[in-house]
Design a protein around this ligand. Structure first.
Ligand code: NAD
Ligand code: IPM
Ligand code: MN
Length: 347
């Protein structure tokens, strides 16, 4: 079990350090870690946010534990040199097309949710976000219109096999849960979404046991805060999934709580919190490490088939929260490493 650790920028190294301590405390035989530079941290050393060496490490490893990339110092670099290109490059080079973003409220955190506790406590959903296509990876650029105005453009597109393979992940995930899949699109306006919807409906023929519904993304954003409990599994495109998962995180207490798994067709995975490098709190020991610790649990479960130690981590997080452990985002005063200590104590 060879794990590449790509901590990245901002709070990335702070939260990854806690997840690593938790993994080490499990004393799993044969688990070894290898660190690599990524994002702005890599750019500053080597002039590229995803150096060849790091990409090779990611390819060699059985799984990747990722922190976050993004550095305000790099926001004016040419796009291909910006830190964010590192995570996009890894997702694309390793064909990590299926991004699983579970959002569940730990009951102890009902008071931390942006929603009223009786609404928040119902949230238990998984967003299946497509990760290799959409407006993220289409043709893009700047040009000048015939009137002489500057214009920016990003082409949104999906082909049918891209939709089919993520739809299948959605149906399979629903099958392993409550059997309800909601496909989120904007088919009332976008041709990309019309194809998405058509292909999801075709794919549904193979899953007669799953109850499929469709929702426009604007309505889905509203329904997520009105009644998040109505969702079991959401399947959606790259851009809509990005936005809806940040929103879902606040229903579940904090953006510092949501883990994710990005998987290829063979369950090779990259595991990362859904949040970014949080430059506003970086270096202050304030970041909540639980999303990354829970991502490590997903890694054990999905990449290594180690359900029991994954459960142990999740139970330890629940216990730490039950005992009152709270970082600032959850209304408390624990530092990043004190939250790590609380999880380790519960473990
Ligand atoms: P962000 O997720 O980094 O931060 C948004 C807000 O949430 C901030 O106020 C931050 O302090 C807070 N926050 C985030 N994680 C937290 C944690 N663990 N504990 C407590 N509070 C937390 O989003 P942003 O500010 O829009 O982006 C900052 C940088 O991160 C940008 O460069 C962006 O491109 C990058 N980013 C990277 C990833 C990734 O690496 N996968 C994801 C999102 C954003
Ligand atoms: C995420 C981030 C990334 C995305 C950025 C940093 C490229 O927001 O992982 O959610 O948009 O996918
Ligand atoms: Mn995001």
């Amino acid at each position: 079990m060879h794990v590449a650790i790509l901590a990245g920028d901002g709070v990335g190294p702070e939260v990854v350090a806690e997840a690593r301590r938790v993994l080490e405390a499990l004393h799993l035989p044969q688990m070894q870690f290898e660190d690599g530079l990524v994002g702005g941290a890599a750019y500053k050393v080597s002039g590229h946010p995803l150096p060849e060496e790091t990409l090779q490490l990611a390819r060699r490893a059985d799984a990747i534990l990722f922190g976050a990339v993004g550095d305000p110092d790099c926001d004016n670099l040419e796009r291909h040199l910006r830190p964010e290109q590192a995570i996009l490059g890894l997702r694309s080079a390793l064909k990590l097309f299926a991004n699983l973003r579970p959002a569940k409220l730990f009951p102890e955190l009902a008071d931390a949710s942006a929603l009223r506790p009786e609404i928040a406590k119902e949230i238990d959903l998984v967003i299946i976000r497509e990760l290799n296509g959409d407006v993220y990876f289409g043709e893009k650029g700047f040009r000048t219109t015939t009137d002489g105005y500057r214009q920016g453009y990003d082409v949104m597109s999906y082909d049918e096999q891209e939709v089919r393979r993520i739809a299948r992940v959605g149906f399979e995930t629903a099958r392993a849960r409550d059997g309800r899949l909601c496909s989120v699109d904007k088919a009332n306006v976008l041709e990309t979404s019309q194809l998405w919807r058509d292909v999801v409906i075709e794919t549904a023929k193979d899953y007669p046991d799953i109850s499929l519904s469709h929702m426009y993304v604007d309505n889905a954003a509203m329904q997520l805060v009105r009644n998040p409990g109505q969702f079991d599994v959401i399947v959606t495109g790259n851009l809509f999934g990005d936005i809806l998962s940040d929103q879902a995180s606040m229903c579940a207490g904090s953006i510092g709580m949501l883990p994710s798994a990005s998987l290829d067709a063979a369950q090779k995975g990259l595991y990362e919190p859904i949040h970014g490098s949080a430059p506003d709190i970086a270096g202050q020991g304030k970041a909540n490490p639980l999303a990354t610790i829970l991502s490590a649990a997903m890694m054990l479960r999905y990449s290594f088939g180690l359900g029991e130690p994954a459960d142990r981590i999740e139970r330890a997080v629940a216990q730490a929260l039950a005992k009152g452990a709270r970082t600032a985002d959850l209304g408390g005063a624990l530092s990043t490493s004190q939250m790590g200590d609380a999880v380790l104590a519960a473990l």
